[in-house]
Ligand binder design. Structure first.
Ligand SMILES: [Zn+2]
Length: 436
């Protein structure tokens, strides 16, 4: 489990020092804790997270092809061979390697609608082919995903194609952590995948500035789905409930059947403004570094928040609005101002590149430019300002419009679900407490 998480994380960590820390800690742990590859592979948590457009073999039982009676082995029982698709392969080439004729290739590829999937084989795919005693085509199995396999079977009446689907079962799993160096490391330590970490930050992205305001001692608690097919782990589902305590403020989110997240009281987690206009994963966010601490102290004189990030880092509009300024001057460099309704304005300075022009309508989260150091800037960073009625305000402390409540027709169903999810979060806490 650690080995997978670490390997994946190393590829994506933004900063060398994190890289070194994780590498040292992770590899050391791996060497200490894992007795062998086999041992780790047998745990469901070590299953590789499924990638899109990748095919995985299925262990599908083919009773109709290989009878499992007590009768003596019959002569015409087919023999399966696995062929791995190579670069430049077509079905015809694979069939040729299997000793099959062009005519058989043609007939198999025309065995109904499903068989068309064989025209899209990719290098690395596995095709299982069974021949009969006369070395003629008998059957084919082609895993399409962790859950689906194409089966083509030669019967007396002709070639028949089917897709066998495994049933997915959702189970719940839990993770919990306390932040010591930074959020990313704590989440990886808690066993969350990259995707889950990004999702968790997105769920609370309207309340918490993950780039600048995470502190030592902050905690999180997550309940998420795991997907199983025939008892085998095949992938992760959604985060269904989560809790984050940031600088003593507690936030909780419940996923409803509409795919959105709500507070336990039924208010949308989605709000008019994102807390940070930059994704935290781009920010050198280890709060023990010097650069980090003075942000709040400096805020008054400075009237804005600085996000140090690499040149080219995408900057998002904090909320829906209209671009009222997009230009260059020698103080602000390339800068963009956005008007949000009557009351609110946000300003973004020192871009390398502006990606919107005056009059453009922008959506929350839309990329409006990239971090740079144009104008009066000592290094690449985003200088971000938040104004209410023309006055600079600290976005952390300013009172913002309340989020929308869940639709009245959904309320009672939501409340039932929320109660169950809160119980799961609490159970998780108790289990973790008992383990420590
Ligand atoms: Zn600044």
């Amino acid at each position: 489990m650690y080995r997978n998480v670490v390997a994946k994380t190393l590829k994506q960590l933004p900063k060398p020092h994190k890289w070194m820390l994780s590498a040292a800690a992770g590899l050391f742990l791996v060497s200490l804790l894992l007795p062998s590859d086999d041992a780790s592979a047998s745990k469901h948590t070590s299953a590789v997270e499924l990638q899109p457009n990748t095919r995985y073999p299925l262990d599908i039982k083919l009773q109709h092809l290989a009878p499992t009676t007590d009768a003596p082995v019959v002569d015409d029982e087919p023999e399966w061979q696995v062929y791995t698709v190579r670069n430049g392969d077509s079905l015809a080439k694979v069939f040729k390697r299997a000793g099959l004729s062009a005519k058989e290739t043609h007939e198999v590829s025309r065995a109904g609608e499903h068989a068309k999937r064989l025209l899209k084989i990719m290098p690395g795919d596995k095709i299982h082919i069974a021949l009969d005693q006369q070395k003629q085509f008998s059957a084919l199995m082609y895993p399409l995903s962790a859950l689906e396999t194409l089966i083509i079977d030669k019967q007396d009446t002709g070639y028949v194609s089917n897709i066998e689907r495994k049933e997915v079962e959702h189970r719940y799993s839990y993770a919990q952590g306390e932040i010591r160096s930074n959020f990313w490391n704590a989440a990886v330590e808690a066993g969350l995948t990259d995707n889950q970490i990004m999702s968790l930050a997105a769920i609370f992205g309207w309340d918490i500035d993950f780039a600048l305001e995470i502190r030592q001692g902050d905690t999180f608690n997550v309940v998420f789905e795991e997907q199983y097919a025939e008892g085998v782990f095949v992938g992760y589902g959604n985060i269904v409930a989560a809790e984050f305590v940031n600088q003593g403020d507690e936030y909780r989110a419940i996923r409803y059947t509409d795919g959105n997240y709500y507070t336990p009281e039924g208010r949308s987690m989605r709000k008019s403004f994102l807390r940070a206009p930059v994704n935290f994963s781009y920010i050198s966010s280890n709060f023990t570094t010097k650069r980090f601490h003075p942000v709040q102290k400096r805020w008054k004189a400075h009237r804005g928040t600085d996000y140090a990030a690499n040149r080219g880092t995408p900057v998002m509009a904090a909320g829906d609005g209209k671009v009222i300024r997009s230009s260059y001057d020698r103080f602000n460099g390339h800068h963009v101002f956005i008007q949000h309704g009557e009351k609110y304005q946000t300003k973004y300075l020192h871009f390398t590149k502006r990606m919107v022009k005056v009059g453009d309508t922008v959506k929350q989260g839309q990329v409006i430019g990239t971090v740079g150091s144009t104008g009066l800037a000592s290094g690449p960073h985003l200088h971000y300002e938040f104004l209410v009625d023309g006055v600079h305000r600290n976005p952390r402390t300013v009172q913002l419009p309340k989020a929308e409540p869940i639709d009245a027709s959904e309320r009672s169903a939501f409340e039932l679900l929320a109660e169950r999810r809160l119980q799961q979060l609490n159970t998780n806490k108790r289990i973790m407490l008992a383990m420590n």
